[in-house]
Every structure is written in C-alpha cells, then in structure tokens.
Design a protein around this ligand. Structure first.
Ligand code: SUG
Length: 453
C-alpha cells in the first residue's frame, strides 16, 4: 500500500463559497425550497458570510475545513453558445428581454452546493492508492449542467499531484448517465482511514428499469448506470459497493438527492424509514460488506413525516467524527423551528444508543431557501497527512484565510439582488473582478473562462 494509507487520515470538508450572484430563481424542479422561493430578493453577502461562519465554527471546533471557489456567473459563454452575440452588455440585455428564465439560469450560484461537485473515493479504498475524483455531470438541469467544466478545472488545480490524485472524465451528459455526485454517495467505514463500503443511491434505472418503480411527480436525478460507471472509474469492486434505489415516494415528496433523507459517517447510517425502496435489503447488503458492525439509526415516519424531513433538512446534516469516538451532528436552524424534528433530535438521536453526542445548529438560511443545507454545502474528502501536504493552493481554512475571505466578501458582494438586477452588466463586471482576486487569495491559478482567454 502507498503512504496514503498511513495513519492520520482526516476528513476534510470542502465547502463551496456562496457566489456573488446568489439568487432565487425557482430553477430546480422537485426541490421544494427552490420552487417556493423563486423570485424572492436574495442577500448574496449574507449568504457568503453565513457559509464562512459555518466553516469557521467547525474549524474552531477542531475539524479540518477546506474551501472551494464559486464559478464565473453570469455565464456569458453559455449565452453566446445559444446564439446571443455582441458585447457583454448587449448579450445580457437581449437575454433579459427575450428569455429571462435563461438569464436567471446562467446567473445561478448553484456551485456553492459542492456535495454535487463530484464523487470522491479515498486512497485507502483505491487499488492504486490514490484519491479518485469524478465531477458530476449535473445534466438534470441546465443551470447546473454549466458547472462540471469549471469544477473539473478547480479540482485538478487543487488536487494536482498525480502521485496522490486521479481525475476522471465527467460521465456523458445524457439522461441515462445522470449524475449528481456525492449527494447520492455515502462511504461507510470503521474510521476514515479504514477500508470502506460505498453506498450509491440512485433514483431510476435507465436501461431496462421498471417505470412502476420510478417517481411520478418529480424527476429522479441519479441513475443506477451513472453510479455504476463512477464506481468502475474508481475501480471499486463488488465487495466495496452497494447500489440501492431511493424510495420513489420520497423523491415525489421533494427528496431530490439521497442526502436530503440520509447521512452516514464511519459505521453510522442515519436515515429515514422512507429513504430506500428496500430498506432491509440495503441494510443487509451493507452489513454483509462492511468489516465493522453497521450502526443504523432509523427515523420512523411516525416521528418525522417526509414533509417535515424536507422542510427541516434534518438529514442534510453533517455528521462529524470526534477523537473520542463520538459524533457531532451539524443541523440547519430550520430543525430547531420544527417541533417534531427537534423532539426527534433530543429523544431519538441524542438520547439513543448511538455515537451522536452533540448537535450544533447552524444558520445557512440563504442557501436553505434554495434547498441547500449544511451537507449540500460541502464535499467530503478523506485525506492522509501526505495527501493534505500534496494539496495545491491555499484552500485549507485557517484564521488568516477566514479573515481574508470575509473581507473579500464584504468588499465585493452586494447586500441584495432582485431578479431584475441579474441583467445589470455592472454585476457581471463586479463578479469578474471579485473572482480574479479570489484566485489570487486561494493561489489556485487560472480556473475561470475569463482568465483562460
Ligand atoms: O440542485 N438548488 C440546488 C440545491 C442542491 C442541494 N444539494 C444537495 N442536496 N446536495 C439543486 O436543486 C436552486 C437554484 C434556484 O432555484 O435559484 C438549486 O439549484
């Protein structure tokens, strides 16, 4: 085994910075929060500061915290590819007049939800002893389909030492290989540095699937075929993988990713009774493959309805390992506002026989209104100390980086954005200036289309 399997493996949570064009456009079919908040005025500065505050508090609590940059928006290249021409001003004005919905899509700051950036396999599970990455194609929606190209460049810039990191191509961006990344992937293991089992959760089967087992109201965003292809790219064998179908009724209730209804960490799987189409089969398969006893923590429907799960985002929590073997659950503020959910946290999770010993409540409301909780905002990458040292750029949060990023947000971000503001060419210019500066702060080189010429 390579040095990457040595001790001191830590999970680094790479949170996406909320971008300067953060807005509410109602773009995500099947995502109840996005659908109900479209058209509201957003607060990009507040959103970015909320995200940074979450990162800082987890850093202060002793967890390893990374940061990933937002993307270049508005995506003028996408508008040009769709036939708009002329200066930036002309392109934006014409798009705003002719297809305001398209303009909103190319302005989305959706790359903040880095749980959808890609799928990651830690080196301890990989035959070649390297960490493997596949950016997600996000082909289910146009605004997110625009992300993978820059995501791939950002990941390659940060994890750029080929002795430690391997990057795979994005899957074909077509419905059969619809891939939403780590939001539908959970790695279970004894500890982060021990070999693990990868639970891939899909919503539909593209080839030969039975439509009777698919959601009726909202789209299933992940296919079995996409999950299998990612597992193949990462050379994960049968003994290391479990493929489980998401419950179609959950998708129809607004559970557009598995991380809205289940979260795992180490040997613990916290899940809602309605998470999987076949709960027992899923647990049995995990038990058969895991080297350590599975700790299932099941939340029954009678404790938390699907509606409450979707409203509160209880399962979109971060579950973090502590040195004493206990775990901390990082929940969004909305959980505290929901009586049934808050009671379940106290009575079933904290008082139950499981390692969850603490609950931290974080305010990420700006992101939550678009359906993004604490877990959506982060990409988990388990790294050995050698791999952490091999990272490029200045992306591991510390006191100084936090202070610089906070000042950068305060310098460049608008307080509020109404839907009509998205056509303002000034906003596009401000954003480019801010991102150029950000790549210097993070020392990641040129990753944006405007920097590549
Ligand atoms: O893809 N929302 C995102 C939220 C992603 C949450 N991620 C995880 N569950 N891991 C989505 O649905 C809404 C954008 C808007 O409507 O303006 C949006 O894209």
């Amino acid at each position: 085994m390579s040095e990457s399997s040595s001790l001191d493996v830590r999970e680094v949570n790479f949170d996406g910075l909320v971008g300067p064009t953060h807005n509410y456009s109602g773009l995500a079919l099947g995502n109840v929060a996005s659908m109900s908040h479209g058209g509201l005025v957003s607060n990009p500065r507040e959103g970015a500061l909320q995200g940074l505050a979450k990162m800082k508090s987890l850093l202060d609590a002793g967890y390893a915290q990374g940061v990933l940059p937002p993307q270049q928006r508005p995506d003028l290249g996408a508008l040009r590819a769709l036939g708009f021409s002329g200066t930036a001003h002309e392109v934006l004005t014409r798009a705003a007049g002719e297809t305001p919905q398209l303009l909103r899509a190319v302005c989305s700051a959706s790359s903040m939800w880095t749980a959808n950036a890609g799928t990651v396999t830690p080196s301890v599970d990989a035959a070649d002893g390297r960490v493997h990455f596949t950016p997600a194609n996000l082909q289910s929606s146009f605004h997110r389909y625009l992300e993978p190209e820059t995501t791939g460049r950002v990941l390659a810039a940060i994890f750029n030492d080929p002795r430690h990191f391997a990057h795979h191509p994005v899957l074909p961006a077509t419905p059969a290989f619809s891939d939403e990344g780590a939001a539908n992937h959970t790695r279970l293991a004894g500890e982060h540095g021990e070999p693990g089992v990868h639970l891939f959760v899909y919503g539909r089967q593209a080839f030969g699937g039975d439509p009777a087992h698919e959601p009726k109201r909202f789209p299933a965003r992940q296919t079995l075929e996409a999950s299998q292809a990612v597992a193949r790219q990462h050379s994960l064998g049968e003994a290391q993988t479990v493929f489980a179908q998401q419950h179609p009724a959950a998708i129809d209730a607004g559970v557009f990713h598995n991380d809205v209804i289940a979260v795992g960490n180490g040997p613990l799987l916290l899940y809602h009774e309605m998470a999987f189409r076949d709960e027992q089969e899923t647990l049995d398969a995990l038990r058969a493959k895991l080297a350590t006893p599975l700790i299932p923590v099941r939340v029954p429907l009678e404790a938390v309805s699907l509606e409450d799960a979707v409203d509160s985002y209880l399962f979109n929590s971060q579950l973090l390992s502590n040195p004493d073997g206990s775990m901390t659950l990082v929940v969004p503020g909305e959980c505290q506002e929901n009586e049934a959910v808050w009671r379940t946290i106290q009575d079933l999770l904290l008082a139950g026989h499981n390692p969850i010993g603490e609950v931290l409540v974080k305010d990420v409301k700006q992101s939550m209104r678009n359906g993004g909780g604490p877990a959506c905002l982060r990409l988990r990458v388990a790294l050995s100390s050698a791999e952490r040292q091999a990272l490029s750029g200045r992306v591991l949060l510390d006191e100084a980086l936090y202070a610089e990023l906070t000042a950068w947000v305060e310098r460049h971000y608008r307080d509020r954005l109404a839907p009509d503001d998205l056509a303002d060419p000034q906003l596009a210019e401000e954003t480019l200036g801010a991102l150029d500066e950000l790549t210097r702060i993070l020392q990641i080189g040129s990753v944006y289309p405007f920097q590549l010429g």
